[in-house]
Write a protein that binds this ligand. Structure first.
Ligand code: FSO
Ligand code: SF4
Length: 545
């Protein structure tokens, strides 16, 4: 196996024996083969679009398949075998559909478009189609950067799709980009252009998801979230899917079972629509990687709606439930919605009733809900504070958290920042500093949490609005610095989206991606001023200069 798609990749260069994330070799290979299969389907999907052939099933299959290969989403080999088989059928079906409307199939098709094999041969086939099959290291780097960006787009598109929001242009780009990773005539310059174009679709898909979330559940608002526990049995919900949460809250109402959020589900508390549920108690624990101890002490069932799942320990594995694209062998899976009916959480709720209440691990409150609408409501105050010099600089510290010790940098950085600075955050990166008492500036908290990683879009909207208010021509003239932490592929698309919006000099850590070749790093440094991180002291000096 060879996988280097996330920040924790072995030695910063690639997992080759087993994933640091726990992904076993067979799953890694099957994921490679699934991606390869998707590329083949995409070739026909592009053709179908040219012929005005609309295939929503193809769009959905590609979107969900890409999402299922994101870091910490699915570790179940049987799910990938099934997906590849379904993909091969779909590819043939699409080919026939193209022929039926008079389309022609070119000769010399890539192997990805024509291969087929029985399931027993999938792993052997996978050995020839993975990341390292592209020999030129710069082409490989750009193809992978593009593919990871597409995985991020697919994840956000899937959340929006669940709420009935979809944009054909986003699917068209995913398919065009996937197909172009098979095209050996594309040179480095073409691939760089595609990567930057992915950034545009990153902005589009985050805007779409923002619309889906806020139209469905209201605009996030300033909210204090309880981090203690009550004495009722409870379900812990994690991941990013708000529709799953909504249905769970409806079904647990009046059952005597409480619901708590974990990790990236914390921002659900900021939405007005979920405040009416009196059993929606608070947030339990911290970022995803802390689940190995926090799921243990939670005592009740845990429901994973999306990534990030860590291979569960035997001590709590029987309490873990997955749904959607998430999966792990031997873990119970809640089936998808069918016939317009909600998912059925009866088993989960019954399980909770037989469990003790969560063990308290902390007490108190955290504050959040500073998505664009809430910040705009405070705009006068914010602008005034900048004009009087009470706020000297904003720091966007969005992104992910992770296991590595080096992530302490972000907690230390937040603490060491001058008191006249404000942190804008989104994603699970915030857990490094959202429980520190960093104070406020004239009533404006020094850490403004917009929400999940996709709500980085909100931070961009806020920045663009500030640019307008201050009459500036360029977002980079604002007193605003970007010190972003990344882990998985959604952070990749957030980064590309920021580049598309013209943001320069983003610092990315705790390490630069292993999938960037030295030449691709140079392109990013020369054109966008991308940099890594060094020490807290030196970085603050640099940012404040
Ligand atoms: Fe974190 Fe995981 Fe949201 Fe990521 S929970 S690491 S960028 O999935 O998606 O922020
Ligand atoms: Fe390694 Fe990350 Fe890939 Fe897991 S997702 S195998 S940790 S590079």
């Amino acid at each position: 196996m060879f996988c280097y798609q996330c920040q924790e990749t072995a030695k910063g260069t690639g997992c080759t024996i087993k994933g640091v994330c726990g992904k076993p070799e067979d799953v890694a290979k099957l994921q490679d083969l699934l991606i390869y299969t998707l590329k083949g389907i995409a070739v026909y999907a592009v053709k179908a679009r040219e012929l005005h052939l609309e295939r929503k099933d193809v769009d959905k299959f590609i979107m969900e398949s890409l999402f299922s290969t994101i870091t910490n989403a699915n570790f179940d080999s049987s799910r990938f075998v099934e997906r590849i088989q379904d993909g091969l059928k779909l590819r043939e079906d699409l080919k026939q559909a193209v022929l039926e409307v008079g389309g022609s199939i070119p000769a010399n098709l890539h192997d990805a478009v024509t291969w087929t094999a029985p399931a027993e041969e999938f792993e052997a086939k996978a050995a020839h189609v993975g990341v390292l099959a592209t020999e030129n290291e710069d082409v490989r780097s750009l193809r992978e950067l593009l593919t990871y960006g597409l995985k991020g787009i697919a994840a956000y598109a899937e959340h929006a799709y669940t709420l009935e929001y979809k944009e054909p242009g986003i699917f068209a780009f995913i398919e065009k980009a996937l197909a172009s990773t098979l095209d050996d005539t594309l040179v480095v310059g073409d691939l760089v252009a595609l990567v930057l174009e992915a950034g545009k679709y990153g902005v589009d898909v985050m805007a779409l998801l923002d619309k889906a979330n806020t139209t469905s559940y209201g605009n996030p608002e300033l909210t204090k979230v309880n981090i203690g526990v009550r004495n009722n049995p409870a379900i812990l919900i994690s991941g990013h899917d708000l529709k799953d949460l909504e249905e769970l809250l409806i079904q647990t109402q009046g059952s005597g079972v409480d619901v708590y959020t974990h990790g990236e589900m914390l921002p659900a508390h900021y939405y007005p629509a979920f405040k009416k549920y009196d059993n929606f108690v608070g947030n339990y624990g911290n970022a995803w990687h802390k689940q190995v101890t926090e799921f243990e002490s939670f005592n009740g069932p845990i429901f994973l709606t999306t990534n990030c799942l860590v291979p569960p320990k035997d001590s709590y594995k029987d309490r873990v439930y997955t749904t959607g694209v998430v999966g792990f062998e031997g873990v119970k899976h809640i089936a998808d919605r069918a016939d317009g009916k909600p998912k059925d959480f009866a088993a989960l709720i019954a399980h909770a009733k037989n469990c003790p209440a969560p063990t308290e691990i902390e007490k108190g409150e955290i504050i959040g809900g500073f998505a664009h609408n809430q910040v705009m409501a405070l705009a006068d105050k914010v602008v005034e504070a900048v004009k009087t010099g009470a706020i000297k600089r904003f720091f966007v510290m969005a992104g992910c958290d992770g296991r590595m010790k080096s992530r302490n940098y972000y907690a230390e950085f937040a603490q060491a920042l001058p008191k006249d600075t404000v942190i804008l955050t989104a994603g699970c990166a915030k857990y490094q500093y959202n429980k520190l008492d960093l104070g406020d500036i004239g009533g404006i908290p020094r850490v403004l949490d917009a929400g999940q990683c996709n709500d980085s879009y909100s931070l961009a909207v806020i920045a663009l609005k500030l640019k307008e208010v201050f009459g500036l021509e360029d977002i980079n003239q604002l007193p605003l610095s970007f010190n972003i932490a990344w882990y998985e592929q959604k952070a990749v698309i957030v980064l590309l989206a920021l580049l598309h919006l013209g943001v320069k000099n983003i610092h990315l850590g705790p390490t630069l991606p292993g999938f960037l070749s030295p030449n691709v790093v140079n392109v990013l440094v020369e054109n966008f001023g991308i940099a890594g991180i060094s020490s807290v002291e030196e970085d603050i000096k640099l940012f404040m200069a």
